[in-house]
Design a protein around this ligand. Structure first.
Ligand SMILES: O=P(O)(O)OC[C@H]1O[C@H](OP(=O)(O)OP(=O)(O)O)[C@H](O)[C@@H]1O
Ligand SMILES: Nc1nc2[nH]cnc2c(=O)[nH]1
Length: 177
Protein backbone atom coordinates (compact mmCIF):
# COMPACT_ATOMS: atom_id res chain seq x y z
CA UNK A 1 0.00 0.00 0.00
CA UNK A 2 1.42 3.41 -0.89
CA UNK A 3 1.66 6.16 1.72
CA UNK A 4 1.77 9.94 1.54
CA UNK A 5 4.39 11.97 3.43
CA UNK A 6 4.30 15.73 2.98
CA UNK A 7 3.79 16.20 -0.79
CA UNK A 8 5.17 12.84 -1.99
CA UNK A 9 3.97 9.25 -2.34
CA UNK A 10 6.06 6.26 -1.33
CA UNK A 11 5.63 2.55 -2.01
CA UNK A 12 6.72 -0.43 0.12
CA UNK A 13 10.23 -1.60 -0.72
CA UNK A 14 11.68 -3.76 2.10
CA UNK A 15 9.21 -5.42 4.48
CA UNK A 16 9.72 -5.40 8.23
CA UNK A 17 10.23 -9.19 8.40
CA UNK A 18 12.88 -9.09 5.67
CA UNK A 19 14.68 -6.20 7.38
CA UNK A 20 14.70 -7.94 10.75
CA UNK A 21 15.84 -11.23 9.24
CA UNK A 22 18.80 -9.56 7.48
CA UNK A 23 19.74 -7.56 10.60
CA UNK A 24 19.73 -10.78 12.64
CA UNK A 25 22.10 -12.33 10.10
CA UNK A 26 24.45 -9.33 10.30
CA UNK A 27 24.42 -9.47 14.11
CA UNK A 28 25.19 -13.18 13.96
CA UNK A 29 28.17 -12.55 11.65
CA UNK A 30 29.44 -9.69 13.84
CA UNK A 31 29.08 -11.80 16.98
CA UNK A 32 31.05 -14.59 15.34
CA UNK A 33 33.80 -12.33 13.91
CA UNK A 34 34.29 -10.07 16.95
CA UNK A 35 33.94 -12.50 19.84
CA UNK A 36 36.39 -11.64 22.64
CA UNK A 37 37.29 -8.24 21.13
CA UNK A 38 34.79 -6.19 23.14
CA UNK A 39 33.99 -4.01 20.13
CA UNK A 40 32.78 -0.44 20.43
CA UNK A 41 29.84 0.28 18.13
CA UNK A 42 29.44 3.91 17.09
CA UNK A 43 26.06 4.81 15.63
CA UNK A 44 25.78 7.95 13.53
CA UNK A 45 22.60 9.87 14.36
CA UNK A 46 19.91 10.60 13.46
CA UNK A 47 19.14 8.04 10.79
CA UNK A 48 20.86 5.02 12.31
CA UNK A 49 18.99 4.91 15.62
CA UNK A 50 16.65 2.04 14.65
CA UNK A 51 19.27 -0.04 12.88
CA UNK A 52 21.64 0.48 15.83
CA UNK A 53 19.02 -0.55 18.39
CA UNK A 54 18.00 -3.68 16.49
CA UNK A 55 21.46 -4.93 15.53
CA UNK A 56 22.78 -4.30 19.05
CA UNK A 57 19.88 -6.24 20.54
CA UNK A 58 20.71 -9.29 18.42
CA UNK A 59 24.43 -9.35 19.35
CA UNK A 60 25.42 -12.24 21.60
CA UNK A 61 28.89 -10.98 22.61
CA UNK A 62 30.20 -8.35 25.03
CA UNK A 63 30.07 -5.02 23.24
CA UNK A 64 29.68 -1.28 23.91
CA UNK A 65 27.71 1.32 21.99
CA UNK A 66 27.95 5.08 21.68
CA UNK A 67 25.90 7.54 19.64
CA UNK A 68 27.33 10.53 17.83
CA UNK A 69 26.12 13.31 15.59
CA UNK A 70 28.14 14.70 12.73
CA UNK A 71 28.35 18.41 12.06
CA UNK A 72 29.67 19.73 8.77
CA UNK A 73 31.23 23.16 8.44
CA UNK A 74 33.20 24.92 5.72
CA UNK A 75 36.92 24.38 6.13
CA UNK A 76 39.70 26.04 4.16
CA UNK A 77 39.96 25.70 0.39
CA UNK A 78 42.32 22.76 0.74
CA UNK A 79 40.26 20.87 3.32
CA UNK A 80 36.81 21.53 1.79
CA UNK A 81 33.95 20.69 4.10
CA UNK A 82 35.08 19.44 7.48
CA UNK A 83 33.05 16.96 9.47
CA UNK A 84 33.32 16.80 13.24
CA UNK A 85 31.83 14.29 15.62
CA UNK A 86 29.73 15.57 18.50
CA UNK A 87 29.49 13.31 21.51
CA UNK A 88 32.41 10.98 20.90
CA UNK A 89 34.01 10.60 24.31
CA UNK A 90 35.55 7.14 24.07
CA UNK A 91 39.24 6.68 23.39
CA UNK A 92 39.46 4.55 20.25
CA UNK A 93 43.16 3.72 20.59
CA UNK A 94 43.70 -0.02 20.21
CA UNK A 95 39.98 -0.80 20.06
CA UNK A 96 37.84 -2.70 17.59
CA UNK A 97 35.39 -0.10 16.36
CA UNK A 98 32.27 -0.71 14.24
CA UNK A 99 30.56 2.29 12.64
CA UNK A 100 26.80 1.85 12.26
CA UNK A 101 25.16 3.72 9.38
CA UNK A 102 21.65 3.46 8.04
CA UNK A 103 22.70 4.32 4.50
CA UNK A 104 25.77 4.97 2.36
CA UNK A 105 24.57 7.09 -0.56
CA UNK A 106 27.26 9.26 -2.21
CA UNK A 107 29.75 7.99 0.38
CA UNK A 108 30.83 11.55 1.22
CA UNK A 109 29.94 11.35 4.91
CA UNK A 110 31.97 8.24 5.70
CA UNK A 111 34.83 8.97 3.31
CA UNK A 112 35.41 12.23 5.19
CA UNK A 113 34.74 10.89 8.66
CA UNK A 114 36.57 7.54 8.70
CA UNK A 115 40.07 9.05 8.22
CA UNK A 116 39.44 11.22 11.29
CA UNK A 117 38.70 8.13 13.34
CA UNK A 118 41.81 6.42 11.97
CA UNK A 119 43.86 9.24 13.56
CA UNK A 120 42.92 7.82 16.94
CA UNK A 121 44.56 4.54 15.92
CA UNK A 122 41.84 1.99 16.57
CA UNK A 123 43.05 -1.60 16.26
CA UNK A 124 40.36 -2.25 13.66
CA UNK A 125 37.83 0.11 12.08
CA UNK A 126 34.83 -1.60 10.48
CA UNK A 127 31.68 -0.30 8.83
CA UNK A 128 28.24 -1.89 9.10
CA UNK A 129 25.62 -0.24 6.90
CA UNK A 130 22.03 -1.31 6.44
CA UNK A 131 21.72 0.13 2.91
CA UNK A 132 24.11 1.07 0.12
CA UNK A 133 23.35 2.79 -3.19
CA UNK A 134 26.29 1.71 -5.39
CA UNK A 135 25.01 3.74 -8.38
CA UNK A 136 25.01 6.94 -6.32
CA UNK A 137 28.40 6.43 -4.69
CA UNK A 138 30.98 8.93 -5.90
CA UNK A 139 33.24 8.55 -2.83
CA UNK A 140 33.93 4.82 -2.39
CA UNK A 141 33.77 3.50 1.15
CA UNK A 142 34.62 -0.01 2.29
CA UNK A 143 31.51 -1.54 3.83
CA UNK A 144 32.40 -4.63 5.85
CA UNK A 145 28.85 -5.67 6.79
CA UNK A 146 26.07 -4.68 4.38
CA UNK A 147 22.36 -5.28 4.75
CA UNK A 148 21.03 -4.47 1.28
CA UNK A 149 22.39 -3.03 -1.95
CA UNK A 150 19.65 -0.74 -3.30
CA UNK A 151 18.93 1.24 -6.48
CA UNK A 152 19.49 4.99 -6.64
CA UNK A 153 16.04 6.02 -5.42
CA UNK A 154 15.03 8.09 -2.40
CA UNK A 155 14.18 5.82 0.54
CA UNK A 156 12.04 6.42 3.60
CA UNK A 157 11.35 4.69 6.90
CA UNK A 158 13.21 2.68 9.52
CA UNK A 159 15.15 5.78 10.62
CA UNK A 160 15.26 7.49 7.21
CA UNK A 161 13.21 10.67 6.94
CA UNK A 162 11.68 12.91 4.33
CA UNK A 163 11.87 16.41 5.76
CA UNK A 164 11.64 15.15 9.33
CA UNK A 165 8.85 12.62 8.87
CA UNK A 166 8.76 8.86 8.29
CA UNK A 167 11.56 7.76 10.61
CA UNK A 168 9.14 5.72 12.73
CA UNK A 169 7.98 3.44 9.89
CA UNK A 170 9.05 -0.16 10.67
CA UNK A 171 9.63 -0.98 6.97
CA UNK A 172 11.44 0.81 4.14
CA UNK A 173 9.59 2.65 1.37
CA UNK A 174 10.82 4.10 -1.89
CA UNK A 175 9.66 7.22 -3.69
CA UNK A 176 6.96 6.40 -6.25
CA UNK A 177 7.79 7.40 -9.83
O1 LIG B 1 26.73 8.75 1.72
P1 LIG B 1 26.17 10.12 1.91
O2 LIG B 1 25.67 10.72 0.61
O3 LIG B 1 27.09 11.03 2.64
O4 LIG B 1 24.81 9.98 2.75
C1 LIG B 1 24.73 9.21 3.90
C2 LIG B 1 24.33 10.02 5.09
O5 LIG B 1 23.05 10.60 4.87
C3 LIG B 1 22.20 10.27 5.95
O6 LIG B 1 22.24 11.22 6.95
P2 LIG B 1 21.52 12.63 6.84
O7 LIG B 1 22.52 13.66 6.42
O8 LIG B 1 20.30 12.47 5.98
O9 LIG B 1 21.16 12.99 8.34
P3 LIG B 1 20.16 12.23 9.35
O10 LIG B 1 20.76 10.85 9.59
O11 LIG B 1 20.22 13.05 10.57
O12 LIG B 1 18.81 12.15 8.73
C4 LIG B 1 22.74 8.95 6.47
O13 LIG B 1 22.37 8.71 7.80
C5 LIG B 1 24.21 9.09 6.28
O14 LIG B 1 24.83 9.65 7.42
N1 LIG C 1 15.64 9.63 3.75
C1 LIG C 1 16.76 9.42 3.07
N2 LIG C 1 17.91 9.99 3.51
C2 LIG C 1 19.03 9.74 2.79
N3 LIG C 1 20.30 10.16 3.00
C3 LIG C 1 21.06 9.67 2.02
N4 LIG C 1 20.31 8.92 1.17
C4 LIG C 1 19.03 8.96 1.63
C5 LIG C 1 17.79 8.37 1.19
O1 LIG C 1 17.67 7.64 0.18
N5 LIG C 1 16.70 8.64 1.96
Amino acid sequence: MTIQVHDKRFEPYIAETELQQRIRELAYELSHDLEGKKPLFIAILNGSFMFAADIFKYLTIEAEISFIKLASYKGTKSTGNVITAIGLEEDLFGRTVVILEDIVDTGKTLSQFLPQLQHQQPRQLLVAALLHKPDATTHPVQIDYLGFSVPNKFLLGYGLDYDGLGRNLPEIYQLSE
